[in-house]
Design a protein around this ligand. Structure first.
Ligand code: HEM
Length: 437
């Protein structure tokens, strides 16, 4: 079960989502401005999008958590604004490159710690690897920076509350909401508030890590799918313009309210299909708390059970399961969700999430078929609502402002590693800013 602290943070996040839209929108518009500058300097070449998306995702979750900006994307914008031209490779099949602005120290600290998780996950001896990694001066510096930052942010938020304890203005950060809740609960329970503890600092850092890598990976997959499926991209853009006629006719960007409130079934379907096919978290894990049995297999207490969401039923034809082996609750739940058509289950196809409505229109159906990108139950994703909000705002503003064309074949593969450099494969985009009508 989630701890009391997790629950307090979950609620703080839920409160904050009411005011999160403008912060996310501002980070998304920074990305739009950066890519407009890059497309101008790239002279029609593709360029790597992965880092920019990561930066925008961290900008967003940072603003959410602390209520202040980290400014990673803005510092890159400021650098590119000073340039009239950048020398690019003669070969148009090669990606454009740009000078990099120095990243903020806070960004470097978070990235050092985030990247360390990958080393540990891929190590055959994770505990030992973790021990040695912790001794590295770069890791120690990053950890100290992070600890101090979160400690001071909590104290600063506490100070603000001390100055105006009865101020009922909405707090514009997860930390602020968390603190307000803890102060109120402590007062009610007649105890001293427990806000700046090791556990709360770790949970807050957990939000930063869990909330930026996942969203960035999902958006990156989204751009890859939408670039490779030009028909879907065009249909999505058409749906957005038809649903938000006001900004389309004014030649302006839609406002947060328009993006969030407009009913656009094809947008919902596209986001859900990006989550299904991108499969950012391909497994959910649970520990058996008692000796048990799953579909006839004996699972002893203490065993980690991995529930894969990238196999049969999700991205391949379903397996045949002996119905008598299912538990009663599983049998009862079976018909709550549809089944994917086995002939196209592996294809990126937002239409699978749309069902005809009696009035003739198409409606988004979140239970059209199996997909559990955010897990389930009390340990399900903490930031699911925030992630949907981010995906919606960022995808709308990117598709509204740019046409994404296919990058050259050597830059648009699906391999995990680049064949030549053996570096992790990047996501490249070739884009044209769309003229505002
Ligand atoms: C597209 C984006 C995201 C995806 C695909 C995703 C996916 C997941 C999944 C699959 C889990 C495990 C759930 C389970 O075991 O049942 C999880 C947990 C979690 N996620 Fe997300 N997530 C996303 C965005 C976010 C964001 C934006 C935040 C931050 C606010 C966040 C915070 C967390 C936390 C803190 C947990 C651990 C919850 C717990 O153990 O109680 N996630 N996420």
């Amino acid at each position: 079960m989630a701890s009391r602290l997790s629950t307090a943070l979950r609620r703080a996040l839920a409160d904050w989502i009411q005011v999160a839209g403008p912060q996310i929108c501002s980070a998304a518009l920074d990305l739009v401005e950066l890519w407009s500058l890059k497309s101008h300097l790239a002279h029609g070449r593709a360029f790597t999008a992965s880092k920019d998306i990561h930066h925008a995702a961290l900008d967003t979750i940072w603003a959410a958590t602390f209520g202040s900006t980290i400014g990673t994307t803005r510092s890159q914008i400021q650098l590119l604004r000073t340039l009239t031209d950048v020398e690019q490779p003669r070969d148009e099949e090669l990606p454009a490159s740009f000078p990099h602005a120095p990243t903020p120290a806070a960004f470097d600290a978070v990235m050092t710690l985030t990247n360390s998780v990958e080393y540990i996950l891929s190590s055959p001896l994770p505990r030992l690897q973790h021990f040695f990694l912790r001794q590295l001066p770069s890791m120690r510096a990053a950890k100290n920076y992070k600890d101090t930052l979160i400690y001071e942010s909590l104290e600063k938020a506490r100070e603000e509350f001390s100055r105006s304890p009865d101020d009922l203005e909405p707090v514009k950060s997860v930390i602020g909401n968390f603190l307000r809740r803890e102060l109120a609960t402590a007062k009610k329970e007649e105890r001293s508030p427990q806000y700046n503890t090791r556990a709360s600092r770790d949970e807050i850092f957990g939000i930063l890590i869990a909330g930026h890598e996942t969203t960035a990976t999902t958006i990156t997959w989204g751009l890859k799918f939408l670039t490779d499926c030009q028909d879907v991209q065009q249909k999505l853009r058409r749906s957005l313009r038809e649903a938000m006629l006001g900004p389309a006719s004014r030649g302006a960007n839609p406002s947060v309210e328009e993006i969030v409130q407009c009913s656009i079934p094809y947008l919902d379907a596209t986001i859900e299909e990006i989550l299904r096919c991108g499969n950012t978290a391909p497994t959910n894990m649970r520990v058996a708390k008692v000796d048990t049995e799953l579909l006839g297999h004996v699972i002893p207490k203490g065993i980690n059970v991995f529930f894969m969401s990238n196999g049969p039923g999700y991205k391949a034809a379903p397996m045949v399961v002996d119905e008598t082996l299912r538990s009663k609750s599983s049998q009862e739940a079976k018909h709550k969700t549809g089944v994917w058509d086995a002939s196209n289950v592996a294809v990126f196809m937002p239409e699978r999430w749309l069902t005809p409505h009696e009035k003739g229109s198409l409606e988004f159906d979140s239970r059209a078929g199996p997909s559990i990108p955010f897990g389930l139950g009390p340990r399900g994703c903490f930031g699911k609502k925030l992630a949907y909000l981010e995906l919606r705002i960022i995808i709308v503003l990117l598709i509204w402002n740019f046409e994404f064309q296919k990058a050259p074949a050597n830059l648009s593969g699906y391999g995990a590693r680049d064949k030549l450099t053996h570096q992790p494969q990047q996501c490249y985009v070739r884009l044209t800013p769309l003229k505002r009508i």
